[in-house]
Write a protein that binds this ligand. Structure first.
Ligand code: GLY
Ligand code: MN
Length: 462
């Protein structure tokens, strides 16, 4: 946890931003895998962590915007639980660490909320994403669980997004720690990317590296020789020469701050000419995007500049044709680059995505596009100093998508389908860094993980 003033200040800012009412922030509970006491790794709710910092199940927080009162609800464990779990801090101690003076038993929560409702006061809550919390909200507010999503507080969502989007110096230190663990994970994966090794051996090893630093990966590891499937979690293939291995993986620190890094390397450590050519295009797109990233620029514009680099590179190889800007404007490049350039990152790897992607990545000025490709961009709005985001261009040959567009004759004035046919066995390449936006530009976080072709070949040479 940060020190208590961090959480007190954040709650004070929340109170200043909100007009009136009660802010209700339920924490998460243990989640059973296959019977009640056999649970998944406990993961606290990120907004609860942001305002209270306590990484324990069975808690909820109330912040009264009008009176300024703050209450932490939870129950101390009994002797039986202590025998199995060992001594645990009391709710009072947890509250003190978060700067909250008043604590009450969990059953009091319902009374406090119902009392406020009876007085006609607004109860502000965020979109629940776990069934237990939808049921809790039904129990304490009387709103049927299948309707709570419609009753979430837009005012609270917007305020939380505003506060969480700009990272404090202490948060950037945490994120950078997570990137430095990712350095170890990715450099290990590179060393292991040799023919005859199974993907799962490498995936298991890098997940273990994350755990050896005290906490799990920030999202399920993507590690595959079939990088044309963007989120490929199948790890059963045997590595063979001629394929690129895409590793998209990150660590979550003990305070739950994420990293999200992608590297693509040739199995065996030596790029073929064809792999080099495609890789250089993606790397140029990453470099271009990184050079443009600074406070005040819409991330949508950076995405389109990266897309133009990709389209120009593909044109040089004869895979695309025609006017590059026009091709990007119409979305022809999206057959090769169907996803967005990046997303916010912090306490969630896709930061605050559960609050609603458009609240996080778009605003009154910049709305999400409808066109395939650009539609997938999670962060389009103007960047601000202190934002932490990923920059992750990619280039993929997705046989099913190629076949469909070819059959439809889609963008045939921009795509050279005959040439693309010969790349259907290529796979995909993605390169991803994590950056913090500064006044003048951006800073790539963490120790440099080999990225240039010469660096990767040198690193993988045995
Ligand atoms: N690291 C996976 C993603 O950003 O979607
Ligand atoms: Mn990412």
């Amino acid at each position: 946890m940060f020190d208590e003033t961090t959480y007190t200040d954040r709650r004070n800012k929340l109170k200043e931003e909100m007009v009136s009412g009660l802010v209700l922030l339920p924490g998460n509970n243990e989640s059973p895998m296959n019977y009640p006491s056999n649970t998944y790794h406990f993961r606290q709710d990120s907004s609860f962590l942001y305002f209270f910092g306590i990484d324990k199940p069975g808690l909820a927080g109330i912040i009264d915007v009008d009176s300024g009162e703050e209450i932490l609800f939870g129950d101390d464990i009994d002797l039986n639980a202590l025998i199995w779990m060992g001594p645990q801090p009391t709710v009072k101690m947890l509250g003190k660490a978060a700067g909250v003076k008043e604590t009450r038993s969990f059953s009091e929560l319902e009374k406090v909320v119902k009392n406020a409702i009876e007085k006609g006061r607004a109860i502000h809550f965020l979109p629940p994403y776990r069934a237990e919390n939808s049921i809790l909200l039904e129990q304490i507010t009387g709103i049927p669980h299948n309707m709570v999503s419609e009753k979430v507080s837009t005012e609270l969502i917007k305020t939380v997004v505003k506060l969480r989007s700009v990272k404090e110096p202490g948060e950037i230190i945490e994120i950078e720690k997570a990137v430095n663990v990712a350095f170890e994970m990715h450099t290990t994966a590179m060393r292991m990317a040799m023919p005859g090794t199974y993907e799962r051996e490498i995936a298991g090893c890098i997940e273990g590296i994350s755990l050896s630093h005290g906490s799990p990966v920030s999202f399920p590891v993507i590690l595959t020789i079939n990088g044309q499937t963007l989120h490929n979690h199948y790890h059963g293939n045997l590595l063979r020469e001629g394929r690129m291995m895409v590793t998209d993986a990150g660590h979550e620190t003990s305070m739950c701050y994420a990293s999200d890094i992608t590297r693509s390397v040739p199995v065996g450590g030596k790029f073929s000419q064809r792999q080099k050519e495609i890789y250089e295009i993606v790397l140029s797109a990453l470099e271009k995007a990184t050079s443009l990233t600074r406070s005040g620029i819409p991330n949508r514009d950076i995405h389109l500049e990266a897309a133009a680099v990709i389209a120009a590179g593909l044109k040089d190889l004869g895979l695309m044709k025609g006017d590059v800007r026009e091709a990007v404007q119409q979305g022809a490049h999206a057959m090769f680059f169907p996803h967005g350039l990046g997303h916010m990152m912090g306490l969630d790897v896709h930061d605050m995505e559960g609050l609603g992607e458009d609240y996080v990545g778009y605003d009154e000025e910049i709305k999400r596009a409808e066109v395939f490709g650009l539609k997938g961009l999670r962060l389009g709005r103007r960047l601000r100093e202190g934002f932490v985001l990923t920059i992750e261009p990619g280039l993929y040959f997705i046989p099913a998508l190629i076949d469909k567009w070819k059959e439809e004759g889609k963008f045939s004035s921009f795509i050279n389908y005959d040439k693309v046919e010969s790349y259907k066995d290529f796979g995909g390449i993605r390169i991803e860094d994590d950056v913090v936006v500064t006044e003048e530009g951006c800073r790539v976080l963490g120790k440099g993980i080999p990225k240039k072709i010469s660096e990767i070949e040198e690193f993988m040479r045995r």
